[in-house]
Design a protein. Structure first.
Length: 135
């Protein structure tokens, strides 16, 4: 995807001034950084948000991120929901992240719905416990 200068500015502003130079270098292809994996995830989120969607689909957004980066991701996901009014549909195995950002959870096992409800309700559901903890 080729981005215009206006889109790049919008992305870097959305992600904060502290990352602006790294973001601009990364997007322009002129340099790397130590946190490129996390930065790439955030840039992809920002790119998707440039189109002002009503719904965004996230496939394991914390994959490959360390604990601090996952914490940052949780703030960005919450901000998408609260500040931008974007509905987030997420596939994620990091239950700490799921608990921090989810209002409603659906647990699946081989395509079958095991439980639906709040994160706390789903985690203690007998079918979920049996399928994922072997109890």
């Amino acid at each position: 995807m080729t981005l215009t200068f206006k889109q790049i500015e919008k992305i870097s502003k959305a992600l904060g001034d502290s990352n602006r130079l790294k973001i601009l270098h990364y997007i322009s292809g002129k340099g790397g950084c130590g946190e490129c994996s996390a930065l790439q995830e955030v840039i992809e989120l920002a790119r998707a948000l440039c189109s002002e969607p009503k719904l965004i689909l996230l496939d394991e957004p914390s994959s490959g991120l360390n604990v601090e980066e996952t914490d940052d991701m949780s703030f960005w996901i919450r901000d998408m929901k609260t500040e931008l009014g974007v509905t987030v549909l997420m596939v994620e195995h990091d239950m700490a992240l799921v608990n921090r950002v989810s209002d409603r959870v659906i647990a699946l096992n081989y395509g079958r719905v095991l439980a639906m409800g709040s994160p706390a309700e789903v985690q203690v559901h007998p079918d979920v416990v049996a399928a994922y903890l072997g109890a």
